[in-house]
Structure formats: C-alpha cells, structure tokens
Design a protein around this ligand. Structure first.
Ligand code: 5GP
Ligand code: ZN
Length: 110
C-alpha cells in the first residue's frame, strides 16, 4: 500500500515514536494523543480494518490482543487502560490501516 501512512511508518519512510515491535506488529505513540498514554498497535501487514481479518488470521488476532497487554504493561498502565478500534469511516476511522488505540491516564466516560 504505497500511500498508506501506517505502511510508510512500518517501512521506516515516516518517523514514529515506537514503543514496541515484533515480526508482525508495531506500537507507537499517537501523534495527536487523546490521553496521557495513547499508543496505536498496528499490524505490519496492511489490512484496512477489523472486518478484513478472517479465520486465516486467527493467530495474528490472538497475537494482537496479547501484544496490547504487553504494551500496556511496558508503559506502566496494566489494569488501567482502554482499547479501541474504529472499523470504518462511519465509526470514526481516519487511517484505513488496521490499528488498535491503547489509552490510559485519564478518566473516560463509561
Ligand atoms: P483512527 O481515527 O483511524 O482510528 O485513528 C488514527 C490515529 O492515528 C489518530 O489518533 C491519529 O492521531 C493517528 N495518526 C495519524 N497519522 C499519524 C502519524 O503520522 N503518526 C502517528 N504517530 N499517529 C498518527
Ligand atoms: Zn497500510
């Protein structure tokens, strides 16, 4: 995906404040944080959104969840964070590359 912002970050063509990386996933601080801790965990492979994942990605799907937990622990917010993925423009998705927001450090509305 030549023009995808997050693919460019994965390829190192755009800078990012990376907090965690493994073979399949990358986590970096959001450029416009909505909370004192706000990182996005993205797949290195381009998927547009959660609806694109299939049974073929069952292992990746599990890895995403456990990596989010690991990132939260690394950032010192274990037990005190929120995870959000916006699936589609009508849900507020601005970057069409699968990602999960990890937010912590402020009181969120229920
Ligand atoms: P969405 O609305 O698609 O769920 O969230 C996309 C997020 O990516 C937004 O919170 C936005 O601030 C963040 N974002 C957009 N472009 C960049 C960028 O170039 N670098 C970083 N670190 N975050 C970005
Ligand atoms: Zn992409």
């Amino acid at each position: 995906m030549d023009n995808c912002i997050f693919c460019k970050i994965v390829r190192g063509e755009l800078p990012a404040d990376v907090v965690y990386e493994n073979d399949n996933l990358l986590a970096f601080r959001d450029i416009n944080p909505l909370a004192p801790t706000h990182v996005v965990v993205i797949t290195k492979k381009h998927f547009t959104f959660l609806d694109d994942l299939t049974e073929a990605e069952i292992q990746l799907a599990g890895e995403i969840l456990l990596t989010i937990k690991q990132v939260a622990h690394k950032l010192g917010v274990a037990g005190a964070y929120k995870v959000v993925t916006n699936c589609g423009e009508r849900a507020g998705q601005m970057v069409p590359h699968l990602h999960f927001h990890v937010l912590a450090g402020k009181k969120f509305a229920p």
